[in-house]
Ligand binder design. Sequence first.
Ligand code: AMP
Length: 593
Amino acid sequence: MTEQLILKAGEQAVSCNLVDYQHEYRDFSWQEARRSLSGLPGGRGLNIAYEAVDRHMDTTSRDHVALRCVGKDGMVTDLTYEDLFLATNRFANVLRELGVAKGERIFTLLGRVPDLYVTVLGTLKNVSVLSPLFSAFGPDPIRERMSLGDGRVLVTTPELYLRKVAAMRESLPRLRHVLVTGTGPAPEGTSSLGELMAGVSPDFEIPPTDPEDMALLHFTSGTTGTPKGAIHVHEAVVAHRATASYALDLRPSDVFWCTADPGWVTGMSYGVVAPLSIGATLVTDAGEFDTRRWCRVLQEQRVTVWYTSPTALRMLMRHAGDLTSEYDLSRLRFIASVGEPLNAEVVVWGLRALGLPIHDNWWQTETGAIMIGNLAAMDIKPGSMGRPLPGVEAVILERGADGRARVIDGHVRVIDEPDADGELALRPGWPSMFRGYLDDQERYGRAFAGGWYLTGDIARRDGDGYFWFVARADDVIKSAGHLVGPFEVESVLMRHPAVAEAGVIGKPDAVAGELVKAFVTLNPGFEATEALRRELIAFGRRHLGAVAPKEISFDQSLPHTRSGKVMRRLLKCRELGLPEGDVSSLERPTHDV
Ligand code: AMP
Protein backbone atom coordinates (compact mmCIF):
# COMPACT_ATOMS: atom_id res chain seq x y z
CA MET A 1 0.00 0.00 0.00
CA THR A 2 1.08 3.59 -0.56
CA GLU A 3 2.24 5.76 2.33
CA GLN A 4 -0.80 6.72 4.40
CA LEU A 5 -1.51 10.35 5.22
CA ILE A 6 -2.66 10.85 8.80
CA LEU A 7 -4.06 14.09 10.19
CA LYS A 8 -3.29 14.16 13.88
CA ALA A 9 -6.18 15.00 16.20
CA GLY A 10 -5.89 18.71 17.04
CA GLU A 11 -5.81 20.51 20.39
CA GLN A 12 -9.59 20.33 20.59
CA ALA A 13 -9.21 16.59 21.17
CA VAL A 14 -8.71 17.13 24.89
CA SER A 15 -12.04 18.91 25.37
CA CYS A 16 -14.33 16.96 23.07
CA ASN A 17 -17.23 14.77 24.18
CA LEU A 18 -15.31 11.58 23.60
CA VAL A 19 -11.70 11.97 24.61
CA ASP A 20 -10.54 8.39 24.92
CA TYR A 21 -11.92 6.23 22.13
CA GLN A 22 -10.46 2.93 23.29
CA HIS A 23 -11.70 3.39 26.81
CA GLU A 24 -15.19 4.53 25.78
CA TYR A 25 -15.51 1.77 23.21
CA ARG A 26 -14.68 -0.84 25.83
CA ASP A 27 -16.93 0.51 28.59
CA PHE A 28 -19.91 1.72 26.61
CA SER A 29 -23.36 0.17 26.97
CA TRP A 30 -26.60 1.16 25.27
CA GLN A 31 -28.44 0.65 28.57
CA GLU A 32 -26.26 3.36 30.08
CA ALA A 33 -26.87 5.65 27.08
CA ARG A 34 -30.60 5.10 27.53
CA ARG A 35 -30.34 6.33 31.12
CA SER A 36 -29.15 9.74 29.94
CA LEU A 37 -32.60 10.30 28.38
CA SER A 38 -35.62 11.40 30.41
CA GLY A 39 -38.30 8.95 29.34
CA LEU A 40 -41.96 9.95 29.52
CA PRO A 41 -43.01 11.14 33.00
CA GLY A 42 -44.46 8.45 35.23
CA GLY A 43 -42.53 5.72 33.46
CA ARG A 44 -44.96 5.82 30.53
CA GLY A 45 -42.32 4.88 27.99
CA LEU A 46 -40.00 6.67 25.60
CA ASN A 47 -41.07 9.12 22.91
CA ILE A 48 -38.72 10.85 20.47
CA ALA A 49 -40.66 14.13 20.56
CA TYR A 50 -40.59 14.23 24.35
CA GLU A 51 -36.81 13.86 24.31
CA ALA A 52 -36.42 16.43 21.54
CA VAL A 53 -38.81 19.06 22.84
CA ASP A 54 -40.90 18.58 25.98
CA ARG A 55 -38.12 17.59 28.29
CA HIS A 56 -36.51 21.02 27.80
CA MET A 57 -39.53 22.75 29.35
CA ASP A 58 -38.22 22.10 32.83
CA THR A 59 -34.76 23.44 32.09
CA THR A 60 -33.14 26.71 31.10
CA SER A 61 -33.28 25.49 27.49
CA ARG A 62 -36.95 26.49 27.42
CA ASP A 63 -36.07 29.97 26.08
CA HIS A 64 -33.15 28.75 24.00
CA VAL A 65 -33.53 28.91 20.20
CA ALA A 66 -34.37 25.40 19.02
CA LEU A 67 -34.88 26.14 15.33
CA ARG A 68 -33.40 28.91 13.28
CA CYS A 69 -35.01 28.68 9.85
CA VAL A 70 -33.45 30.66 7.02
CA GLY A 71 -36.12 31.25 4.37
CA LYS A 72 -35.51 31.19 0.63
CA ASP A 73 -35.50 35.00 0.75
CA GLY A 74 -32.91 34.97 3.53
CA MET A 75 -35.42 35.98 6.24
CA VAL A 76 -34.77 34.21 9.51
CA THR A 77 -37.51 32.73 11.74
CA ASP A 78 -36.52 31.64 15.23
CA LEU A 79 -38.48 29.18 17.34
CA THR A 80 -37.47 28.67 20.94
CA TYR A 81 -37.89 25.27 22.54
CA GLU A 82 -41.07 26.63 24.14
CA ASP A 83 -42.41 27.84 20.77
CA LEU A 84 -41.73 24.40 19.36
CA PHE A 85 -43.38 22.76 22.36
CA LEU A 86 -46.60 24.74 21.86
CA ALA A 87 -46.70 24.36 18.07
CA THR A 88 -46.08 20.62 18.16
CA ASN A 89 -48.76 20.25 20.85
CA ARG A 90 -51.18 22.01 18.54
CA PHE A 91 -50.26 19.79 15.62
CA ALA A 92 -50.76 16.68 17.76
CA ASN A 93 -54.19 18.03 18.75
CA VAL A 94 -55.04 18.62 15.08
CA LEU A 95 -54.30 14.96 14.38
CA ARG A 96 -56.34 13.89 17.37
CA GLU A 97 -59.31 16.00 16.25
CA LEU A 98 -59.06 14.54 12.76
CA GLY A 99 -59.28 11.10 14.34
CA VAL A 100 -55.77 10.08 13.28
CA ALA A 101 -54.82 7.13 15.43
CA LYS A 102 -51.61 5.80 16.89
CA GLY A 103 -49.58 4.04 14.21
CA GLU A 104 -51.31 5.74 11.25
CA ARG A 105 -48.96 7.27 8.71
CA ILE A 106 -48.50 10.99 8.09
CA PHE A 107 -46.50 11.96 5.02
CA THR A 108 -44.78 15.29 4.52
CA LEU A 109 -44.02 16.86 1.16
CA LEU A 110 -42.46 20.11 2.27
CA GLY A 111 -39.30 22.15 1.92
CA ARG A 112 -37.17 22.93 4.94
CA VAL A 113 -39.67 25.30 6.57
CA PRO A 114 -40.84 25.55 10.21
CA ASP A 115 -44.09 23.65 9.43
CA LEU A 116 -42.06 20.60 8.46
CA TYR A 117 -40.36 20.36 11.85
CA VAL A 118 -43.64 21.01 13.68
CA THR A 119 -45.37 18.28 11.66
CA VAL A 120 -42.64 15.72 12.29
CA LEU A 121 -42.52 16.25 16.04
CA GLY A 122 -46.29 16.74 16.45
CA THR A 123 -46.88 13.46 14.64
CA LEU A 124 -44.50 11.65 16.98
CA LYS A 125 -46.30 13.19 19.97
CA ASN A 126 -49.53 11.59 18.75
CA VAL A 127 -47.60 8.30 18.42
CA SER A 128 -48.52 8.33 14.74
CA VAL A 129 -45.83 7.48 12.18
CA LEU A 130 -44.02 10.09 10.11
CA SER A 131 -42.83 9.30 6.61
CA PRO A 132 -40.98 12.17 4.92
CA LEU A 133 -40.97 12.64 1.16
CA PHE A 134 -38.21 14.52 -0.62
CA SER A 135 -40.02 17.57 -2.00
CA ALA A 136 -38.06 17.36 -5.29
CA PHE A 137 -39.60 13.94 -6.06
CA GLY A 138 -41.92 13.81 -9.04
CA PRO A 139 -45.48 12.41 -8.82
CA ASP A 140 -44.48 8.76 -9.40
CA PRO A 141 -42.13 8.28 -6.44
CA ILE A 142 -44.62 10.21 -4.30
CA ARG A 143 -47.57 8.01 -5.25
CA GLU A 144 -45.58 4.82 -4.89
CA ARG A 145 -44.33 5.64 -1.40
CA MET A 146 -47.68 6.91 -0.18
CA SER A 147 -49.46 3.78 -1.44
CA LEU A 148 -46.88 1.41 0.02
CA GLY A 149 -46.84 3.33 3.29
CA ASP A 150 -50.64 3.60 3.50
CA GLY A 151 -50.53 7.37 3.97
CA ARG A 152 -53.62 8.72 5.73
CA VAL A 153 -52.56 12.37 5.99
CA LEU A 154 -50.34 14.45 3.74
CA VAL A 155 -48.92 17.80 4.84
CA THR A 156 -47.71 19.89 1.93
CA THR A 157 -47.88 23.32 0.32
CA PRO A 158 -50.77 24.36 -1.96
CA GLU A 159 -48.30 24.69 -4.82
CA LEU A 160 -46.74 21.23 -4.39
CA TYR A 161 -50.20 19.71 -3.95
CA LEU A 162 -51.52 21.20 -7.18
CA ARG A 163 -48.37 20.40 -9.14
CA LYS A 164 -47.67 16.86 -7.94
CA VAL A 165 -50.58 15.33 -6.05
CA ALA A 166 -53.97 16.71 -7.13
CA ALA A 167 -54.05 14.83 -10.44
CA MET A 168 -53.36 11.47 -8.79
CA ARG A 169 -55.42 11.96 -5.66
CA GLU A 170 -57.95 9.36 -6.80
CA SER A 171 -55.24 6.72 -6.97
CA LEU A 172 -54.69 7.22 -3.23
CA PRO A 173 -58.14 6.30 -1.87
CA ARG A 174 -56.88 5.75 1.67
CA LEU A 175 -55.47 9.28 1.93
CA ARG A 176 -58.06 10.95 4.17
CA HIS A 177 -56.68 14.44 4.71
CA VAL A 178 -54.39 16.82 2.89
CA LEU A 179 -53.31 19.72 5.08
CA VAL A 180 -51.72 22.67 3.33
CA THR A 181 -49.41 25.25 4.81
CA GLY A 182 -49.43 29.00 4.18
CA THR A 183 -52.00 31.71 4.61
CA GLY A 184 -53.62 31.60 1.16
CA PRO A 185 -56.79 29.72 0.29
CA ALA A 186 -56.56 25.92 0.56
CA PRO A 187 -57.07 24.21 -2.82
CA GLU A 188 -60.19 22.08 -3.25
CA GLY A 189 -59.91 18.81 -1.39
CA THR A 190 -57.44 20.17 1.16
CA SER A 191 -57.65 21.95 4.54
CA SER A 192 -55.63 24.85 5.83
CA LEU A 193 -53.12 23.68 8.41
CA GLY A 194 -52.91 27.20 9.87
CA GLU A 195 -56.67 27.35 10.46
CA LEU A 196 -56.73 23.93 12.05
CA MET A 197 -53.79 24.79 14.31
CA ALA A 198 -55.46 28.04 15.41
CA GLY A 199 -58.59 26.14 16.44
CA VAL A 200 -56.98 23.68 18.86
CA SER A 201 -55.42 23.81 22.30
CA PRO A 202 -51.67 24.27 22.83
CA ASP A 203 -51.84 21.69 25.63
CA PHE A 204 -51.17 18.08 24.86
CA GLU A 205 -50.05 15.16 26.93
CA ILE A 206 -48.07 12.56 25.03
CA PRO A 207 -49.82 9.20 25.41
CA PRO A 208 -47.86 6.22 26.73
CA THR A 209 -45.31 5.23 24.10
CA ASP A 210 -43.66 1.87 23.94
CA PRO A 211 -40.02 2.34 22.88
CA GLU A 212 -40.76 -0.27 20.20
CA ASP A 213 -43.70 1.70 18.75
CA MET A 214 -43.12 2.61 15.13
CA ALA A 215 -42.07 6.27 14.80
CA LEU A 216 -40.51 6.87 11.39
CA LEU A 217 -40.87 5.19 8.05
CA HIS A 218 -38.01 5.90 5.65
CA PHE A 219 -38.22 4.64 2.11
CA THR A 220 -34.98 3.48 0.61
CA SER A 221 -34.15 2.00 -2.76
CA GLY A 222 -33.04 -1.48 -3.66
CA THR A 223 -31.78 -2.96 -6.89
CA THR A 224 -35.08 -4.59 -7.76
CA GLY A 225 -38.72 -4.11 -6.95
CA THR A 226 -40.43 -1.25 -5.20
CA PRO A 227 -38.77 1.02 -2.63
CA LYS A 228 -38.44 -0.53 0.80
CA GLY A 229 -40.02 1.12 3.83
CA ALA A 230 -37.48 0.87 6.65
CA ILE A 231 -39.28 0.90 10.01
CA HIS A 232 -37.75 2.87 12.88
CA VAL A 233 -39.04 3.01 16.43
CA HIS A 234 -39.00 5.54 19.29
CA GLU A 235 -36.07 3.72 20.94
CA ALA A 236 -33.92 5.07 18.08
CA VAL A 237 -33.57 8.38 19.89
CA VAL A 238 -31.08 6.71 22.25
CA ALA A 239 -28.72 6.23 19.31
CA HIS A 240 -29.51 9.60 17.71
CA ARG A 241 -28.44 11.40 20.82
CA ALA A 242 -25.42 9.28 21.72
CA THR A 243 -24.00 9.26 18.20
CA ALA A 244 -24.47 13.02 17.74
CA SER A 245 -22.53 13.50 20.92
CA TYR A 246 -19.73 11.17 19.81
CA ALA A 247 -19.48 11.57 16.05
CA LEU A 248 -20.53 15.23 15.71
CA ASP A 249 -19.20 16.31 19.11
CA LEU A 250 -22.51 18.13 19.56
CA ARG A 251 -23.34 20.07 22.75
CA PRO A 252 -26.25 22.24 23.93
CA SER A 253 -24.26 25.43 23.27
CA ASP A 254 -23.77 24.55 19.59
CA VAL A 255 -25.35 26.11 16.54
CA PHE A 256 -25.67 23.09 14.30
CA TRP A 257 -26.41 22.94 10.60
CA CYS A 258 -27.20 19.63 8.94
CA THR A 259 -27.61 20.42 5.26
CA ALA A 260 -29.43 17.17 4.38
CA ASP A 261 -33.12 17.42 3.55
CA PRO A 262 -35.39 15.72 6.12
CA GLY A 263 -36.87 13.80 3.18
CA TRP A 264 -33.83 11.54 3.61
CA VAL A 265 -32.69 9.74 6.72
CA THR A 266 -29.73 12.03 7.51
CA GLY A 267 -32.00 15.06 7.45
CA MET A 268 -34.35 13.35 9.90
CA SER A 269 -31.97 11.68 12.36
CA TYR A 270 -29.50 14.58 12.48
CA GLY A 271 -31.50 17.39 10.81
CA VAL A 272 -34.33 17.11 13.36
CA VAL A 273 -34.08 14.60 16.20
CA ALA A 274 -30.46 14.43 17.40
CA PRO A 275 -29.63 18.14 17.80
CA LEU A 276 -32.92 18.86 19.56
CA SER A 277 -32.48 15.90 21.88
CA ILE A 278 -29.15 17.44 22.84
CA GLY A 279 -30.69 20.91 23.27
CA ALA A 280 -28.61 22.63 20.58
CA THR A 281 -29.80 25.30 18.12
CA LEU A 282 -30.65 23.73 14.79
CA VAL A 283 -30.15 25.87 11.67
CA THR A 284 -32.18 25.04 8.56
CA ASP A 285 -32.01 26.65 5.15
CA ALA A 286 -34.95 26.49 2.74
CA GLY A 287 -32.72 27.53 -0.18
CA GLU A 288 -30.86 25.23 -2.53
CA PHE A 289 -27.09 24.79 -2.66
CA ASP A 290 -25.16 27.84 -3.75
CA THR A 291 -21.55 28.42 -2.69
CA ARG A 292 -22.02 32.00 -1.55
CA ARG A 293 -25.38 31.36 0.06
CA TRP A 294 -24.02 28.48 2.10
CA CYS A 295 -20.95 30.41 3.21
CA ARG A 296 -23.23 33.28 4.22
CA VAL A 297 -25.40 30.91 6.27
CA LEU A 298 -22.30 29.55 8.01
CA GLN A 299 -21.09 33.07 8.72
CA GLU A 300 -24.33 34.86 9.60
CA GLN A 301 -25.84 32.09 11.69
CA ARG A 302 -22.47 31.55 13.40
CA VAL A 303 -22.62 27.84 12.81
CA THR A 304 -20.30 25.91 15.11
CA VAL A 305 -20.89 22.31 13.97
CA TRP A 306 -21.64 21.51 10.35
CA TYR A 307 -22.79 18.18 8.92
CA THR A 308 -22.87 18.03 5.15
CA SER A 309 -22.23 15.87 2.09
CA PRO A 310 -19.22 15.16 -0.10
CA THR A 311 -21.09 16.53 -3.14
CA ALA A 312 -21.60 19.89 -1.43
CA LEU A 313 -18.00 19.96 -0.23
CA ARG A 314 -16.69 19.18 -3.71
CA MET A 315 -18.80 22.01 -5.09
CA LEU A 316 -17.36 24.35 -2.49
CA MET A 317 -13.90 23.09 -3.35
CA ARG A 318 -14.41 24.30 -6.91
CA HIS A 319 -14.81 27.78 -5.54
CA ALA A 320 -11.30 29.11 -6.00
CA GLY A 321 -9.45 30.27 -2.97
CA ASP A 322 -9.53 30.24 0.75
CA LEU A 323 -13.07 30.62 2.07
CA THR A 324 -11.90 31.71 5.49
CA SER A 325 -10.42 34.91 4.05
CA GLU A 326 -13.67 35.83 2.30
CA TYR A 327 -16.08 34.79 5.04
CA ASP A 328 -15.82 34.82 8.78
CA LEU A 329 -16.09 31.13 9.55
CA SER A 330 -14.24 31.44 12.84
CA ARG A 331 -17.20 30.04 14.79
CA LEU A 332 -16.97 26.69 13.00
CA ARG A 333 -15.29 24.16 15.23
CA PHE A 334 -16.27 20.79 13.75
CA ILE A 335 -17.19 19.58 10.26
CA ALA A 336 -18.51 16.14 9.37
CA SER A 337 -19.62 14.56 6.12
CA VAL A 338 -21.72 11.55 5.16
CA GLY A 339 -23.57 9.83 2.36
CA GLU A 340 -20.94 8.97 -0.23
CA PRO A 341 -17.22 8.35 -0.28
CA LEU A 342 -15.33 11.45 0.79
CA ASN A 343 -12.14 11.62 -1.22
CA ALA A 344 -8.94 12.29 0.70
CA GLU A 345 -8.24 15.49 -1.20
CA VAL A 346 -11.48 17.04 0.09
CA VAL A 347 -10.45 16.31 3.69
CA VAL A 348 -7.12 17.99 3.08
CA TRP A 349 -8.77 20.86 1.20
CA GLY A 350 -11.02 21.42 4.25
CA LEU A 351 -7.99 21.98 6.39
CA ARG A 352 -6.59 24.56 3.97
CA ALA A 353 -9.77 26.38 2.91
CA LEU A 354 -11.96 26.09 6.00
CA GLY A 355 -9.27 25.76 8.62
CA LEU A 356 -10.66 22.41 9.80
CA PRO A 357 -10.37 18.83 8.63
CA ILE A 358 -13.55 17.07 7.52
CA HIS A 359 -14.67 14.07 9.53
CA ASP A 360 -16.21 11.44 7.30
CA ASN A 361 -18.70 9.05 8.78
CA TRP A 362 -20.75 6.15 7.52
CA TRP A 363 -24.27 4.85 8.04
CA GLN A 364 -27.42 4.09 6.08
CA THR A 365 -31.20 4.28 6.23
CA GLU A 366 -31.39 0.86 7.87
CA THR A 367 -28.94 1.71 10.65
CA GLY A 368 -30.84 4.89 11.58
CA ALA A 369 -27.74 6.52 13.05
CA ILE A 370 -24.00 6.94 12.50
CA MET A 371 -22.17 3.63 12.89
CA ILE A 372 -18.61 4.36 11.80
CA GLY A 373 -16.86 7.69 11.99
CA ASN A 374 -13.73 9.76 12.27
CA LEU A 375 -14.33 11.19 15.74
CA ALA A 376 -13.01 14.48 17.08
CA ALA A 377 -10.38 12.92 19.30
CA MET A 378 -9.11 10.51 16.67
CA ASP A 379 -6.38 10.95 14.15
CA ILE A 380 -8.05 11.20 10.75
CA LYS A 381 -7.00 9.01 7.89
CA PRO A 382 -8.22 11.01 4.88
CA GLY A 383 -10.30 8.76 2.64
CA SER A 384 -11.32 6.45 5.48
CA MET A 385 -14.79 6.32 7.05
CA GLY A 386 -13.21 5.99 10.48
CA ARG A 387 -13.81 3.48 13.25
CA PRO A 388 -16.97 1.95 14.74
CA LEU A 389 -18.69 4.12 17.33
CA PRO A 390 -18.97 2.87 20.90
CA GLY A 391 -21.79 0.31 20.97
CA VAL A 392 -21.20 -0.70 17.35
CA GLU A 393 -19.44 -3.89 16.32
CA ALA A 394 -18.41 -3.86 12.66
CA VAL A 395 -16.64 -6.56 10.67
CA ILE A 396 -15.74 -7.50 7.13
CA LEU A 397 -17.24 -10.75 5.85
CA GLU A 398 -15.75 -12.94 3.17
CA ARG A 399 -17.74 -12.55 -0.03
CA GLY A 400 -18.79 -14.78 -2.87
CA ALA A 401 -18.91 -14.31 -6.63
CA ASP A 402 -22.04 -12.13 -6.44
CA GLY A 403 -20.14 -9.61 -4.33
CA ARG A 404 -22.25 -10.23 -1.20
CA ALA A 405 -21.20 -12.11 1.95
CA ARG A 406 -20.78 -15.82 1.24
CA VAL A 407 -23.36 -17.68 3.35
CA ILE A 408 -22.96 -21.43 3.70
CA ASP A 409 -25.58 -23.25 5.79
CA GLY A 410 -26.39 -19.99 7.53
CA HIS A 411 -22.73 -19.35 8.40
CA VAL A 412 -20.46 -16.54 7.27
CA ARG A 413 -16.71 -16.01 7.70
CA VAL A 414 -15.37 -12.89 9.39
CA ILE A 415 -12.12 -11.74 7.76
CA ASP A 416 -9.68 -10.99 10.54
CA GLU A 417 -6.68 -10.15 8.44
CA PRO A 418 -6.39 -6.43 7.58
CA ASP A 419 -6.89 -4.78 4.19
CA ALA A 420 -9.03 -7.50 2.60
CA ASP A 421 -12.23 -6.52 0.76
CA GLY A 422 -15.51 -8.03 1.90
CA GLU A 423 -19.05 -7.12 2.85
CA LEU A 424 -19.34 -4.70 5.74
CA ALA A 425 -21.53 -6.21 8.47
CA LEU A 426 -22.75 -5.03 11.87
CA ARG A 427 -23.77 -6.94 14.99
CA PRO A 428 -27.52 -6.23 15.43
CA GLY A 429 -28.78 -4.66 18.61
CA TRP A 430 -28.13 -0.92 18.50
CA PRO A 431 -31.28 1.11 19.33
CA SER A 432 -31.81 2.80 15.95
CA MET A 433 -31.55 -0.38 13.93
CA PHE A 434 -34.51 -0.75 11.56
CA ARG A 435 -37.10 -3.18 12.85
CA GLY A 436 -38.29 -4.40 9.49
CA TYR A 437 -39.13 -3.51 5.92
CA LEU A 438 -42.78 -2.59 5.77
CA ASP A 439 -44.88 -5.63 4.73
CA ASP A 440 -41.77 -7.51 3.63
CA GLN A 441 -40.56 -9.83 6.34
CA GLU A 442 -38.78 -12.00 3.81
CA ARG A 443 -36.64 -9.13 2.54
CA TYR A 444 -35.84 -8.14 6.11
CA GLY A 445 -34.75 -11.70 6.84
CA ARG A 446 -32.40 -11.65 3.87
CA ALA A 447 -30.57 -8.67 5.40
CA PHE A 448 -29.14 -10.90 8.14
CA ALA A 449 -26.86 -13.93 8.14
CA GLY A 450 -24.77 -15.74 10.73
CA GLY A 451 -25.77 -13.24 13.42
CA TRP A 452 -24.78 -10.17 11.40
CA TYR A 453 -26.68 -7.41 9.61
CA LEU A 454 -25.35 -7.29 6.04
CA THR A 455 -24.99 -3.70 4.85
CA GLY A 456 -24.68 -4.30 1.10
CA ASP A 457 -21.45 -2.25 1.06
CA ILE A 458 -18.02 -3.60 0.20
CA ALA A 459 -15.34 -2.24 2.51
CA ARG A 460 -12.03 -3.15 4.10
CA ARG A 461 -10.53 -2.60 7.53
CA ASP A 462 -6.91 -1.64 7.98
CA GLY A 463 -4.53 -2.75 10.70
CA ASP A 464 -5.50 0.21 12.93
CA GLY A 465 -9.19 -0.66 12.79
CA TYR A 466 -10.15 2.11 10.30
CA PHE A 467 -12.76 1.17 7.70
CA TRP A 468 -12.43 2.09 4.03
CA PHE A 469 -15.37 2.14 1.63
CA VAL A 470 -14.74 0.20 -1.57
CA ALA A 471 -18.07 0.04 -3.45
CA ARG A 472 -21.67 -0.97 -3.14
CA ALA A 473 -22.27 -4.66 -3.65
CA ASP A 474 -25.45 -3.97 -5.62
CA ASP A 475 -26.54 -1.73 -8.51
CA VAL A 476 -28.07 1.00 -6.36
CA ILE A 477 -26.92 4.47 -7.39
CA LYS A 478 -25.70 7.23 -5.06
CA SER A 479 -26.18 10.59 -6.73
CA ALA A 480 -25.48 13.77 -4.80
CA GLY A 481 -25.92 11.76 -1.61
CA HIS A 482 -29.34 10.40 -2.63
CA LEU A 483 -29.96 6.71 -3.08
CA VAL A 484 -31.61 6.00 -6.41
CA GLY A 485 -33.08 2.60 -7.25
CA PRO A 486 -32.36 1.73 -10.91
CA PHE A 487 -35.51 -0.38 -11.10
CA GLU A 488 -37.74 2.56 -10.19
CA VAL A 489 -36.17 4.69 -12.94
CA GLU A 490 -36.30 1.86 -15.51
CA SER A 491 -39.98 1.23 -14.77
CA VAL A 492 -40.90 4.84 -15.42
CA LEU A 493 -38.91 5.04 -18.67
CA MET A 494 -40.57 1.86 -19.91
CA ARG A 495 -43.94 3.54 -19.62
CA HIS A 496 -42.95 5.82 -22.53
CA PRO A 497 -44.34 4.38 -25.78
CA ALA A 498 -40.93 4.57 -27.49
CA VAL A 499 -39.12 2.49 -24.86
CA ALA A 500 -39.06 -1.30 -25.07
CA GLU A 501 -36.51 -1.80 -22.31
CA ALA A 502 -34.19 0.23 -20.10
CA GLY A 503 -31.06 -0.37 -18.05
CA VAL A 504 -30.04 2.29 -15.54
CA ILE A 505 -26.61 2.74 -13.95
CA GLY A 506 -24.66 5.23 -11.87
CA LYS A 507 -22.05 6.92 -14.04
CA PRO A 508 -19.12 8.25 -11.98
CA ASP A 509 -19.13 12.03 -11.69
CA ALA A 510 -16.45 14.21 -10.18
CA VAL A 511 -18.90 16.29 -8.15
CA ALA A 512 -22.11 14.29 -7.58
CA GLY A 513 -20.34 10.96 -7.05
CA GLU A 514 -22.60 9.33 -9.61
CA LEU A 515 -25.06 10.53 -12.24
CA VAL A 516 -28.13 8.53 -13.18
CA LYS A 517 -27.63 7.28 -16.73
CA ALA A 518 -30.13 5.20 -18.72
CA PHE A 519 -29.60 2.94 -21.72
CA VAL A 520 -32.82 2.36 -23.65
CA THR A 521 -33.91 -0.01 -26.38
CA LEU A 522 -36.53 1.50 -28.65
CA ASN A 523 -39.72 -0.12 -29.84
CA PRO A 524 -40.12 -0.71 -33.59
CA GLY A 525 -41.17 2.45 -35.41
CA PHE A 526 -39.15 4.81 -33.18
CA GLU A 527 -35.89 6.40 -34.23
CA ALA A 528 -32.93 7.20 -32.05
CA THR A 529 -32.94 10.94 -32.57
CA GLU A 530 -31.72 13.82 -30.47
CA ALA A 531 -35.32 15.03 -30.17
CA LEU A 532 -36.42 11.68 -28.73
CA ARG A 533 -33.52 11.69 -26.27
CA ARG A 534 -34.58 15.12 -25.04
CA GLU A 535 -38.19 13.99 -24.84
CA LEU A 536 -37.22 10.98 -22.72
CA ILE A 537 -35.15 13.11 -20.39
CA ALA A 538 -38.09 15.48 -19.96
CA PHE A 539 -40.45 12.50 -19.48
CA GLY A 540 -38.22 11.14 -16.72
CA ARG A 541 -37.98 14.53 -15.09
CA ARG A 542 -41.76 15.04 -15.19
CA HIS A 543 -42.49 11.72 -13.51
CA LEU A 544 -39.51 11.17 -11.26
CA GLY A 545 -38.35 14.68 -10.39
CA ALA A 546 -34.84 14.99 -8.99
CA VAL A 547 -33.99 11.28 -9.34
CA ALA A 548 -34.60 11.21 -13.13
CA PRO A 549 -31.75 10.22 -15.50
CA LYS A 550 -29.50 13.05 -16.59
CA GLU A 551 -28.13 11.10 -19.55
CA ILE A 552 -29.78 8.68 -21.96
CA SER A 553 -28.10 6.50 -24.57
CA PHE A 554 -29.88 4.40 -27.17
CA ASP A 555 -28.83 0.76 -27.27
CA GLN A 556 -30.69 -1.86 -29.28
CA SER A 557 -28.78 -4.79 -27.76
CA LEU A 558 -28.78 -4.43 -24.00
CA PRO A 559 -26.89 -7.32 -22.35
CA HIS A 560 -29.07 -9.79 -20.41
CA THR A 561 -28.56 -12.48 -17.84
CA ARG A 562 -29.80 -15.95 -18.73
CA SER A 563 -32.89 -15.20 -16.69
CA GLY A 564 -33.59 -12.20 -18.89
CA LYS A 565 -32.58 -9.33 -16.58
CA VAL A 566 -30.63 -6.40 -17.98
CA MET A 567 -26.99 -6.73 -16.83
CA ARG A 568 -26.44 -3.32 -15.33
CA ARG A 569 -22.96 -4.34 -14.20
CA LEU A 570 -21.92 -4.94 -17.76
CA LEU A 571 -23.46 -1.68 -18.94
CA LYS A 572 -21.36 0.06 -16.35
CA CYS A 573 -18.18 -1.73 -17.40
CA ARG A 574 -18.84 -0.72 -20.99
CA GLU A 575 -19.56 2.86 -20.01
CA LEU A 576 -16.27 3.03 -18.13
CA GLY A 577 -14.26 1.13 -20.70
CA LEU A 578 -13.41 -1.48 -18.05
CA PRO A 579 -12.81 -5.18 -18.65
CA GLU A 580 -16.15 -6.92 -18.55
CA GLY A 581 -15.06 -9.45 -15.93
CA ASP A 582 -17.02 -12.59 -15.25
CA VAL A 583 -19.80 -12.70 -17.80
CA SER A 584 -20.68 -16.33 -17.25
CA SER A 585 -24.20 -15.43 -16.22
CA LEU A 586 -24.77 -13.40 -19.38
CA GLU A 587 -27.15 -14.53 -22.03
CA ARG A 588 -25.19 -15.82 -25.04
CA PRO A 589 -25.65 -13.55 -28.04
CA THR A 590 -27.46 -15.63 -30.70
CA HIS A 591 -24.57 -15.48 -33.20
CA ASP A 592 -22.40 -17.34 -30.66
CA VAL A 593 -24.67 -20.30 -30.39
P1 AMP B 1 -28.81 5.89 2.58
O1 AMP B 1 -29.50 4.67 3.05
O2 AMP B 1 -29.55 6.65 1.53
O3 AMP B 1 -28.37 6.75 3.72
O4 AMP B 1 -27.49 5.40 1.84
C1 AMP B 1 -26.59 4.57 2.52
C2 AMP B 1 -25.44 4.23 1.63
O5 AMP B 1 -24.69 5.40 1.29
C3 AMP B 1 -24.45 3.31 2.28
O6 AMP B 1 -24.85 1.97 2.27
C4 AMP B 1 -23.22 3.58 1.41
O7 AMP B 1 -23.31 2.88 0.20
C5 AMP B 1 -23.33 5.07 1.17
N1 AMP B 1 -22.56 5.82 2.17
C6 AMP B 1 -23.01 6.43 3.27
N2 AMP B 1 -22.01 7.04 3.94
C7 AMP B 1 -20.88 6.79 3.25
C8 AMP B 1 -19.50 7.13 3.44
N3 AMP B 1 -19.09 7.87 4.45
N4 AMP B 1 -18.63 6.67 2.51
C9 AMP B 1 -19.03 5.91 1.46
N5 AMP B 1 -20.32 5.58 1.24
C10 AMP B 1 -21.24 6.01 2.12
